[in-house]
Design a binder for this molecule. Structure first.
Ligand code: ADP
Length: 466
Protein backbone atom coordinates (compact mmCIF):
# COMPACT_ATOMS: atom_id res chain seq x y z
CA UNK A 1 0.00 0.00 0.00
CA UNK A 2 1.35 3.39 -0.86
CA UNK A 3 0.68 6.15 1.50
CA UNK A 4 1.64 8.67 -1.04
CA UNK A 5 1.79 11.94 0.75
CA UNK A 6 1.29 11.34 4.41
CA UNK A 7 2.39 14.34 6.35
CA UNK A 8 2.67 16.59 3.32
CA UNK A 9 0.61 19.68 3.93
CA UNK A 10 -2.06 20.58 1.45
CA UNK A 11 -0.51 23.95 0.74
CA UNK A 12 1.99 22.06 -1.39
CA UNK A 13 -0.84 21.32 -3.77
CA UNK A 14 -3.23 24.21 -3.35
CA UNK A 15 -3.60 27.42 -1.44
CA UNK A 16 -6.27 26.90 1.21
CA UNK A 17 -8.44 30.02 1.14
CA UNK A 18 -9.55 31.81 4.28
CA UNK A 19 -12.86 30.36 5.47
CA UNK A 20 -15.38 33.14 5.00
CA UNK A 21 -18.70 31.80 6.26
CA UNK A 22 -19.07 30.15 9.65
CA UNK A 23 -22.32 31.63 10.99
CA UNK A 24 -25.94 30.55 10.63
CA UNK A 25 -27.78 31.93 7.61
CA UNK A 26 -31.25 33.12 8.61
CA UNK A 27 -33.51 35.45 6.66
CA UNK A 28 -30.72 36.49 4.32
CA UNK A 29 -28.16 37.31 7.02
CA UNK A 30 -25.23 35.50 8.61
CA UNK A 31 -25.87 35.50 12.36
CA UNK A 32 -24.43 33.95 15.52
CA UNK A 33 -26.34 31.18 17.25
CA UNK A 34 -28.69 32.48 19.95
CA UNK A 35 -26.62 30.59 22.50
CA UNK A 36 -23.40 32.04 21.08
CA UNK A 37 -22.00 28.49 20.96
CA UNK A 38 -19.51 27.26 18.36
CA UNK A 39 -18.39 23.80 17.33
CA UNK A 40 -15.20 22.71 15.62
CA UNK A 41 -14.82 21.09 12.23
CA UNK A 42 -11.91 18.69 12.01
CA UNK A 43 -9.66 18.18 8.99
CA UNK A 44 -9.71 14.39 8.42
CA UNK A 45 -6.22 14.50 6.89
CA UNK A 46 -4.51 15.54 10.11
CA UNK A 47 -7.21 15.84 12.81
CA UNK A 48 -6.60 19.58 13.15
CA UNK A 49 -9.34 22.15 13.71
CA UNK A 50 -10.23 23.87 10.43
CA UNK A 51 -13.04 26.17 11.57
CA UNK A 52 -15.26 27.12 14.48
CA UNK A 53 -18.83 27.19 13.27
CA UNK A 54 -22.03 28.52 14.90
CA UNK A 55 -23.85 25.74 16.73
CA UNK A 56 -27.53 26.16 15.95
CA UNK A 57 -30.17 24.68 18.22
CA UNK A 58 -33.93 24.75 18.69
CA UNK A 59 -34.17 28.54 19.11
CA UNK A 60 -32.22 29.15 15.91
CA UNK A 61 -34.37 26.62 14.05
CA UNK A 62 -37.44 28.50 15.30
CA UNK A 63 -36.07 31.76 13.90
CA UNK A 64 -35.25 30.12 10.57
CA UNK A 65 -38.69 28.50 10.33
CA UNK A 66 -40.31 31.82 11.13
CA UNK A 67 -38.37 33.45 8.28
CA UNK A 68 -39.15 30.60 5.87
CA UNK A 69 -42.82 30.62 6.87
CA UNK A 70 -43.07 34.34 6.21
CA UNK A 71 -41.26 33.99 2.89
CA UNK A 72 -43.67 31.23 1.90
CA UNK A 73 -46.94 32.70 3.19
CA UNK A 74 -46.35 36.27 2.09
CA UNK A 75 -43.14 36.43 0.05
CA UNK A 76 -42.65 36.56 -3.70
CA UNK A 77 -40.74 33.31 -4.29
CA UNK A 78 -43.78 31.00 -4.42
CA UNK A 79 -45.77 33.66 -6.26
CA UNK A 80 -43.35 34.70 -8.99
CA UNK A 81 -43.51 32.96 -12.34
CA UNK A 82 -41.68 29.67 -12.65
CA UNK A 83 -39.70 31.26 -15.46
CA UNK A 84 -38.41 33.97 -13.12
CA UNK A 85 -37.52 31.42 -10.42
CA UNK A 86 -35.68 29.44 -13.07
CA UNK A 87 -33.66 32.49 -14.15
CA UNK A 88 -32.53 33.16 -10.60
CA UNK A 89 -31.62 29.50 -10.14
CA UNK A 90 -29.57 29.60 -13.36
CA UNK A 91 -27.67 32.55 -11.98
CA UNK A 92 -27.12 30.68 -8.72
CA UNK A 93 -25.69 27.77 -10.75
CA UNK A 94 -23.31 30.08 -12.61
CA UNK A 95 -22.05 31.47 -9.30
CA UNK A 96 -21.46 27.95 -7.99
CA UNK A 97 -19.37 27.19 -11.05
CA UNK A 98 -17.43 30.45 -10.80
CA UNK A 99 -16.42 29.55 -7.25
CA UNK A 100 -15.63 25.90 -7.90
CA UNK A 101 -12.03 26.09 -6.63
CA UNK A 102 -12.95 27.47 -3.24
CA UNK A 103 -16.00 25.23 -2.83
CA UNK A 104 -14.08 22.06 -3.66
CA UNK A 105 -11.47 22.94 -1.05
CA UNK A 106 -14.19 23.30 1.61
CA UNK A 107 -15.52 19.79 0.94
CA UNK A 108 -11.98 18.43 0.97
CA UNK A 109 -11.03 19.90 4.34
CA UNK A 110 -14.41 18.89 5.78
CA UNK A 111 -14.95 15.44 4.33
CA UNK A 112 -11.59 14.32 2.96
CA UNK A 113 -12.99 14.26 -0.57
CA UNK A 114 -10.45 14.23 -3.38
CA UNK A 115 -9.95 17.80 -4.56
CA UNK A 116 -9.86 16.87 -8.24
CA UNK A 117 -13.09 14.92 -7.82
CA UNK A 118 -14.73 17.94 -6.19
CA UNK A 119 -13.53 20.25 -8.95
CA UNK A 120 -14.31 17.95 -11.85
CA UNK A 121 -17.38 16.08 -10.65
CA UNK A 122 -19.10 17.06 -7.41
CA UNK A 123 -19.35 20.82 -7.74
CA UNK A 124 -19.97 20.98 -11.53
CA UNK A 125 -22.67 18.33 -11.27
CA UNK A 126 -24.19 20.22 -8.34
CA UNK A 127 -24.45 23.29 -10.58
CA UNK A 128 -26.00 21.13 -13.28
CA UNK A 129 -28.60 19.67 -10.94
CA UNK A 130 -29.57 23.23 -10.12
CA UNK A 131 -29.81 24.04 -13.84
CA UNK A 132 -31.87 20.94 -14.53
CA UNK A 133 -34.51 21.98 -12.00
CA UNK A 134 -34.24 25.63 -13.05
CA UNK A 135 -35.38 24.45 -16.47
CA UNK A 136 -38.28 22.59 -14.91
CA UNK A 137 -39.50 25.52 -12.80
CA UNK A 138 -41.73 26.93 -15.57
CA UNK A 139 -43.08 23.52 -16.60
CA UNK A 140 -45.04 22.77 -13.46
CA UNK A 141 -48.71 22.45 -14.25
CA UNK A 142 -51.81 20.58 -13.31
CA UNK A 143 -54.27 18.57 -15.37
CA UNK A 144 -57.69 19.20 -16.82
CA UNK A 145 -60.23 16.69 -15.58
CA UNK A 146 -63.04 15.30 -17.71
CA UNK A 147 -65.48 14.49 -15.02
CA UNK A 148 -68.39 12.09 -15.45
CA UNK A 149 -71.13 14.47 -14.35
CA UNK A 150 -72.01 18.09 -15.17
CA UNK A 151 -68.83 19.24 -13.64
CA UNK A 152 -65.58 20.50 -14.90
CA UNK A 153 -62.38 20.27 -12.97
CA UNK A 154 -58.71 20.90 -13.06
CA UNK A 155 -55.81 20.40 -10.74
CA UNK A 156 -53.15 22.83 -9.64
CA UNK A 157 -49.66 21.78 -8.61
CA UNK A 158 -48.74 23.98 -5.71
CA UNK A 159 -45.57 24.16 -3.63
CA UNK A 160 -45.86 22.13 -0.47
CA UNK A 161 -44.64 24.93 1.81
CA UNK A 162 -41.71 25.13 4.20
CA UNK A 163 -39.28 22.23 3.80
CA UNK A 164 -36.62 21.00 6.22
CA UNK A 165 -33.63 19.34 4.52
CA UNK A 166 -31.31 17.22 6.68
CA UNK A 167 -28.10 16.36 4.85
CA UNK A 168 -25.37 13.75 5.43
CA UNK A 169 -21.62 14.28 5.16
CA UNK A 170 -20.70 11.85 2.40
CA UNK A 171 -21.38 14.11 -0.61
CA UNK A 172 -22.08 17.49 0.96
CA UNK A 173 -22.44 19.55 -2.22
CA UNK A 174 -24.38 17.16 -4.43
CA UNK A 175 -26.73 16.24 -1.57
CA UNK A 176 -27.34 19.91 -0.86
CA UNK A 177 -28.42 20.53 -4.45
CA UNK A 178 -30.31 17.26 -4.88
CA UNK A 179 -32.61 18.46 -2.12
CA UNK A 180 -32.57 22.23 -2.46
CA UNK A 181 -32.96 22.48 -6.27
CA UNK A 182 -36.33 20.75 -6.80
CA UNK A 183 -37.70 22.47 -3.69
CA UNK A 184 -36.63 25.86 -5.05
CA UNK A 185 -38.09 25.09 -8.47
CA UNK A 186 -41.40 24.11 -6.88
CA UNK A 187 -41.56 27.45 -5.06
CA UNK A 188 -40.93 26.14 -1.56
CA UNK A 189 -38.97 27.90 1.15
CA UNK A 190 -36.56 25.92 3.32
CA UNK A 191 -34.25 25.30 6.22
CA UNK A 192 -31.16 23.24 5.42
CA UNK A 193 -29.13 21.49 8.07
CA UNK A 194 -25.84 20.20 6.71
CA UNK A 195 -24.09 17.43 8.62
CA UNK A 196 -22.06 18.65 11.60
CA UNK A 197 -18.93 17.24 9.93
CA UNK A 198 -19.43 19.19 6.68
CA UNK A 199 -21.08 22.57 7.28
CA UNK A 200 -18.77 24.85 5.28
CA UNK A 201 -19.90 24.46 1.67
CA UNK A 202 -23.59 24.78 2.64
CA UNK A 203 -22.90 28.18 4.22
CA UNK A 204 -21.05 29.27 1.11
CA UNK A 205 -24.03 28.18 -1.03
CA UNK A 206 -26.32 30.32 1.15
CA UNK A 207 -24.14 33.33 0.37
CA UNK A 208 -24.25 32.57 -3.37
CA UNK A 209 -28.03 32.10 -3.26
CA UNK A 210 -28.40 35.60 -1.91
CA UNK A 211 -26.05 37.01 -4.55
CA UNK A 212 -28.11 35.30 -7.25
CA UNK A 213 -31.26 37.03 -6.05
CA UNK A 214 -33.04 34.37 -4.03
CA UNK A 215 -35.17 36.44 -1.64
CA UNK A 216 -34.39 36.53 2.07
CA UNK A 217 -36.01 33.78 4.09
CA UNK A 218 -36.31 31.34 1.16
CA UNK A 219 -33.09 29.44 1.86
CA UNK A 220 -31.89 29.30 5.47
CA UNK A 221 -28.94 27.24 6.67
CA UNK A 222 -28.66 26.07 10.27
CA UNK A 223 -25.40 24.38 11.15
CA UNK A 224 -25.29 22.18 14.22
CA UNK A 225 -25.81 18.67 15.53
CA UNK A 226 -28.41 16.08 14.70
CA UNK A 227 -29.79 15.49 18.17
CA UNK A 228 -30.38 19.23 18.68
CA UNK A 229 -30.76 21.25 15.46
CA UNK A 230 -31.74 18.20 13.37
CA UNK A 231 -34.31 17.00 15.86
CA UNK A 232 -35.76 20.52 16.13
CA UNK A 233 -36.30 20.52 12.36
CA UNK A 234 -37.82 17.07 12.15
CA UNK A 235 -40.35 17.79 14.91
CA UNK A 236 -41.22 21.38 14.02
CA UNK A 237 -44.94 21.91 13.61
CA UNK A 238 -44.53 24.72 11.11
CA UNK A 239 -42.44 22.68 8.67
CA UNK A 240 -44.60 21.04 6.02
CA UNK A 241 -42.14 18.43 4.82
CA UNK A 242 -38.87 16.95 6.00
CA UNK A 243 -36.40 15.45 3.56
CA UNK A 244 -33.71 13.39 5.25
CA UNK A 245 -30.73 11.45 3.98
CA UNK A 246 -28.47 9.67 6.44
CA UNK A 247 -28.35 6.46 8.42
CA UNK A 248 -31.39 4.20 8.67
CA UNK A 249 -31.36 4.47 12.42
CA UNK A 250 -31.61 8.26 12.45
CA UNK A 251 -34.06 8.06 9.55
CA UNK A 252 -36.42 6.10 11.73
CA UNK A 253 -36.08 8.69 14.51
CA UNK A 254 -36.74 11.49 12.06
CA UNK A 255 -39.70 9.59 10.67
CA UNK A 256 -41.18 9.21 14.11
CA UNK A 257 -40.75 12.91 14.71
CA UNK A 258 -42.10 14.05 11.36
CA UNK A 259 -45.30 13.09 9.68
CA UNK A 260 -43.94 13.90 6.23
CA UNK A 261 -42.55 11.60 3.54
CA UNK A 262 -38.83 11.03 3.87
CA UNK A 263 -36.13 10.28 1.41
CA UNK A 264 -33.61 7.51 1.63
CA UNK A 265 -30.07 6.81 2.46
CA UNK A 266 -27.26 7.46 0.03
CA UNK A 267 -24.43 5.03 -0.28
CA UNK A 268 -23.58 3.09 -3.39
CA UNK A 269 -20.26 1.52 -2.50
CA UNK A 270 -19.80 -1.79 -4.36
CA UNK A 271 -18.95 -3.66 -1.18
CA UNK A 272 -20.54 -7.04 -1.97
CA UNK A 273 -19.15 -8.46 -5.17
CA UNK A 274 -20.41 -11.81 -6.54
CA UNK A 275 -18.06 -13.32 -9.11
CA UNK A 276 -18.80 -16.39 -11.26
CA UNK A 277 -16.62 -19.37 -10.46
CA UNK A 278 -14.87 -19.60 -13.87
CA UNK A 279 -13.26 -16.19 -13.49
CA UNK A 280 -13.17 -15.98 -9.72
CA UNK A 281 -9.48 -16.69 -9.12
CA UNK A 282 -8.29 -14.33 -11.80
CA UNK A 283 -10.70 -11.64 -10.64
CA UNK A 284 -9.39 -11.91 -7.08
CA UNK A 285 -5.81 -11.69 -8.30
CA UNK A 286 -6.53 -8.55 -10.34
CA UNK A 287 -8.41 -6.89 -7.51
CA UNK A 288 -5.52 -7.46 -5.13
CA UNK A 289 -3.06 -6.11 -7.71
CA UNK A 290 -5.18 -3.02 -8.15
CA UNK A 291 -5.60 -2.47 -4.41
CA UNK A 292 -1.86 -2.64 -3.91
CA UNK A 293 -1.34 0.11 -6.46
CA UNK A 294 -4.09 2.23 -4.98
CA UNK A 295 -2.68 5.47 -3.58
CA UNK A 296 -4.10 6.57 -0.25
CA UNK A 297 -3.14 10.01 1.00
CA UNK A 298 -3.75 13.71 0.93
CA UNK A 299 -6.95 14.43 -1.03
CA UNK A 300 -5.41 17.66 -2.32
CA UNK A 301 -2.76 15.65 -4.17
CA UNK A 302 -3.94 14.88 -7.73
CA UNK A 303 -1.99 11.55 -7.70
CA UNK A 304 -4.04 10.23 -4.79
CA UNK A 305 -6.95 7.80 -5.44
CA UNK A 306 -8.40 7.73 -1.96
CA UNK A 307 -8.42 10.37 0.77
CA UNK A 308 -9.09 9.89 4.46
CA UNK A 309 -12.42 8.78 5.89
CA UNK A 310 -14.54 11.79 6.72
CA UNK A 311 -14.42 11.61 10.50
CA UNK A 312 -13.18 9.70 13.55
CA UNK A 313 -16.51 7.95 14.17
CA UNK A 314 -16.59 6.52 10.67
CA UNK A 315 -12.90 5.61 10.80
CA UNK A 316 -13.41 3.63 14.03
CA UNK A 317 -16.55 2.00 12.69
CA UNK A 318 -14.84 0.76 9.53
CA UNK A 319 -11.89 -0.66 11.47
CA UNK A 320 -14.21 -2.45 13.85
CA UNK A 321 -16.05 -4.04 10.90
CA UNK A 322 -12.71 -5.22 9.53
CA UNK A 323 -11.85 -6.82 12.89
CA UNK A 324 -15.29 -8.39 13.00
CA UNK A 325 -14.79 -9.85 9.53
CA UNK A 326 -11.52 -11.47 10.61
CA UNK A 327 -13.10 -12.86 13.78
CA UNK A 328 -15.99 -14.33 11.82
CA UNK A 329 -13.50 -16.27 9.69
CA UNK A 330 -13.25 -14.27 6.45
CA UNK A 331 -9.80 -14.16 4.85
CA UNK A 332 -8.24 -10.73 4.74
CA UNK A 333 -6.38 -10.65 1.43
CA UNK A 334 -5.12 -7.14 1.43
CA UNK A 335 -5.36 -3.97 3.55
CA UNK A 336 -7.25 -3.91 6.81
CA UNK A 337 -5.24 -1.29 8.69
CA UNK A 338 -5.05 2.46 9.19
CA UNK A 339 -2.24 3.85 7.09
CA UNK A 340 -1.11 7.04 8.72
CA UNK A 341 -0.30 8.14 12.21
CA UNK A 342 -2.47 11.21 11.98
CA UNK A 343 -5.68 11.46 10.02
CA UNK A 344 -8.32 8.90 9.12
CA UNK A 345 -6.68 7.00 6.27
CA UNK A 346 -7.56 3.32 5.84
CA UNK A 347 -5.98 0.86 3.41
CA UNK A 348 -8.24 -0.50 0.66
CA UNK A 349 -9.34 -3.81 2.10
CA UNK A 350 -10.42 -7.02 0.39
CA UNK A 351 -11.94 -10.09 2.01
CA UNK A 352 -12.53 -13.51 0.52
CA UNK A 353 -14.02 -16.69 2.06
CA UNK A 354 -16.92 -14.53 3.05
CA UNK A 355 -20.33 -15.95 3.99
CA UNK A 356 -23.54 -14.14 3.12
CA UNK A 357 -24.53 -13.85 6.77
CA UNK A 358 -21.34 -12.17 8.00
CA UNK A 359 -21.64 -8.60 9.29
CA UNK A 360 -19.20 -7.29 6.64
CA UNK A 361 -21.69 -8.44 4.01
CA UNK A 362 -24.97 -7.71 5.77
CA UNK A 363 -24.24 -4.25 7.14
CA UNK A 364 -23.40 -0.99 5.52
CA UNK A 365 -19.68 -0.38 6.19
CA UNK A 366 -19.41 2.89 4.28
CA UNK A 367 -15.67 2.53 3.73
CA UNK A 368 -12.99 1.02 1.47
CA UNK A 369 -13.87 -2.59 2.25
CA UNK A 370 -14.90 -5.13 -0.39
CA UNK A 371 -16.03 -8.73 0.02
CA UNK A 372 -15.55 -11.08 -2.93
CA UNK A 373 -17.89 -14.06 -3.15
CA UNK A 374 -18.08 -16.91 -5.62
CA UNK A 375 -21.29 -18.03 -7.35
CA UNK A 376 -22.13 -20.84 -9.75
CA UNK A 377 -25.45 -20.03 -11.46
CA UNK A 378 -27.04 -16.69 -12.25
CA UNK A 379 -30.16 -17.66 -10.30
CA UNK A 380 -28.00 -18.25 -7.25
CA UNK A 381 -26.30 -14.85 -7.69
CA UNK A 382 -29.64 -13.08 -7.95
CA UNK A 383 -30.98 -14.80 -4.88
CA UNK A 384 -27.92 -14.02 -2.81
CA UNK A 385 -27.64 -10.44 -4.06
CA UNK A 386 -31.24 -9.81 -3.03
CA UNK A 387 -30.77 -11.34 0.39
CA UNK A 388 -30.04 -8.02 2.04
CA UNK A 389 -32.14 -5.50 3.84
CA UNK A 390 -30.66 -2.75 1.68
CA UNK A 391 -31.30 -1.96 -1.98
CA UNK A 392 -29.87 1.31 -3.16
CA UNK A 393 -27.68 0.37 -6.09
CA UNK A 394 -26.31 -2.67 -7.93
CA UNK A 395 -23.96 -3.25 -10.83
CA UNK A 396 -23.91 -6.05 -13.41
CA UNK A 397 -20.89 -6.87 -15.56
CA UNK A 398 -21.60 -9.12 -18.54
CA UNK A 399 -21.31 -9.32 -22.33
CA UNK A 400 -24.67 -11.08 -22.57
CA UNK A 401 -27.40 -8.53 -23.25
CA UNK A 402 -30.21 -10.86 -22.32
CA UNK A 403 -28.53 -11.70 -19.06
CA UNK A 404 -28.08 -8.00 -18.30
CA UNK A 405 -31.79 -7.39 -18.91
CA UNK A 406 -32.89 -10.40 -16.91
CA UNK A 407 -30.73 -9.61 -13.90
CA UNK A 408 -31.64 -5.90 -14.03
CA UNK A 409 -35.27 -6.84 -13.58
CA UNK A 410 -34.59 -9.31 -10.82
CA UNK A 411 -32.38 -7.26 -8.54
CA UNK A 412 -34.31 -5.27 -5.99
CA UNK A 413 -32.39 -2.00 -5.97
CA UNK A 414 -33.21 1.57 -6.93
CA UNK A 415 -30.56 1.86 -9.61
CA UNK A 416 -28.83 -0.82 -11.70
CA UNK A 417 -25.61 -0.05 -13.52
CA UNK A 418 -24.84 -2.38 -16.42
CA UNK A 419 -21.18 -2.61 -17.41
CA UNK A 420 -20.49 0.60 -15.53
CA UNK A 421 -20.75 1.90 -12.02
CA UNK A 422 -21.56 5.20 -10.42
CA UNK A 423 -23.40 6.61 -13.45
CA UNK A 424 -25.45 9.56 -12.21
CA UNK A 425 -27.21 12.37 -13.96
CA UNK A 426 -29.71 15.06 -13.11
CA UNK A 427 -32.56 13.39 -14.97
CA UNK A 428 -31.92 9.88 -13.66
CA UNK A 429 -34.02 9.18 -10.53
CA UNK A 430 -32.01 7.94 -7.62
CA UNK A 431 -33.09 6.35 -4.36
CA UNK A 432 -33.36 3.06 -2.58
CA UNK A 433 -35.55 -0.02 -2.26
CA UNK A 434 -36.17 -1.70 1.09
CA UNK A 435 -34.28 -0.19 4.02
CA UNK A 436 -32.29 2.07 1.74
CA UNK A 437 -35.21 4.42 2.10
CA UNK A 438 -38.00 5.66 -0.02
CA UNK A 439 -38.63 8.61 -2.25
CA UNK A 440 -36.35 9.49 -5.14
CA UNK A 441 -33.99 12.31 -5.79
CA UNK A 442 -33.04 13.71 -9.21
CA UNK A 443 -35.31 13.35 -12.21
CA UNK A 444 -38.58 15.16 -12.84
CA UNK A 445 -40.70 12.95 -10.57
CA UNK A 446 -38.76 14.28 -7.65
CA UNK A 447 -40.41 17.66 -8.12
CA UNK A 448 -43.70 16.05 -7.09
CA UNK A 449 -42.29 15.55 -3.63
CA UNK A 450 -42.24 19.30 -3.17
CA UNK A 451 -45.63 19.92 -4.76
CA UNK A 452 -49.14 19.17 -3.68
CA UNK A 453 -52.15 18.73 -5.90
CA UNK A 454 -55.30 20.80 -5.50
CA UNK A 455 -58.48 19.94 -7.41
CA UNK A 456 -60.80 22.73 -8.45
CA UNK A 457 -64.34 21.79 -9.53
CA UNK A 458 -67.11 23.93 -11.04
CA UNK A 459 -70.57 22.85 -12.12
CA UNK A 460 -71.60 23.34 -15.74
CA UNK A 461 -75.18 24.56 -16.18
CA UNK A 462 -77.45 24.38 -19.22
CA UNK A 463 -75.02 22.53 -21.41
CA UNK A 464 -76.70 21.04 -24.50
CA UNK A 465 -74.07 18.27 -24.62
CA UNK A 466 -74.40 16.96 -21.09
P1 ADP B 1 -24.58 9.37 8.59
O1 ADP B 1 -23.44 9.40 9.56
O2 ADP B 1 -24.95 8.02 8.10
O3 ADP B 1 -24.57 10.42 7.55
P2 ADP B 1 -26.63 10.39 10.39
O4 ADP B 1 -27.89 9.72 10.08
O5 ADP B 1 -26.07 10.33 11.76
O6 ADP B 1 -25.66 9.82 9.42
O7 ADP B 1 -26.66 11.93 9.96
C1 ADP B 1 -27.28 12.43 8.80
C2 ADP B 1 -27.86 13.80 9.10
O8 ADP B 1 -28.89 13.64 10.08
C3 ADP B 1 -26.85 14.78 9.73
O9 ADP B 1 -27.13 16.09 9.25
C4 ADP B 1 -27.16 14.68 11.21
O10 ADP B 1 -26.81 15.83 11.93
C5 ADP B 1 -28.67 14.49 11.19
N1 ADP B 1 -29.23 13.86 12.40
C6 ADP B 1 -28.60 13.01 13.27
N2 ADP B 1 -29.43 12.67 14.28
C7 ADP B 1 -30.62 13.31 14.06
C8 ADP B 1 -31.87 13.37 14.75
N3 ADP B 1 -32.10 12.70 15.86
N4 ADP B 1 -32.85 14.12 14.19
C9 ADP B 1 -32.66 14.81 13.04
N5 ADP B 1 -31.50 14.80 12.37
C10 ADP B 1 -30.49 14.07 12.83
Amino acid sequence: MLLHSNGVVAENFVQIPKIKFTKLFINGEFVDAVSGKLFETIDPRNEEVTARVAEGDKEDVNLAVEAARKAFDHGKWPRMSGFERGRIMMKFADLVEENVEELAVLDTINAGKLLTWGKMVDIPSSANILRYYAGAADKIHGETLKMSRELQGYTLSEPIGVVGHIIPWNVPSAMFFMKVSPALAAGCTMIVKPAEQTPLSALYYAHLAKLAGIPDGVLNVITGFGATAGAAISSHMDIDKVSFTGSGEVGRQVMQAAAAILQGEVCVAGSRVYVQEGIYDEFVRKCVEKAKKWVVGDPFDPQVHQGPQANRKQFDKILSYIEHGKREGATLLVGGKPCSEKGYHIEPTIFTDVKDDMAIVKDEIFGPVMSLMKFRTVEEAIERANKTRYGLAAGIVTNDLNLANRVSRSIRAGIIWVNCYFGFDSDCPYGGYKMSGFGRELGLHCLDQYLQVKSVVTPIYNSPWL
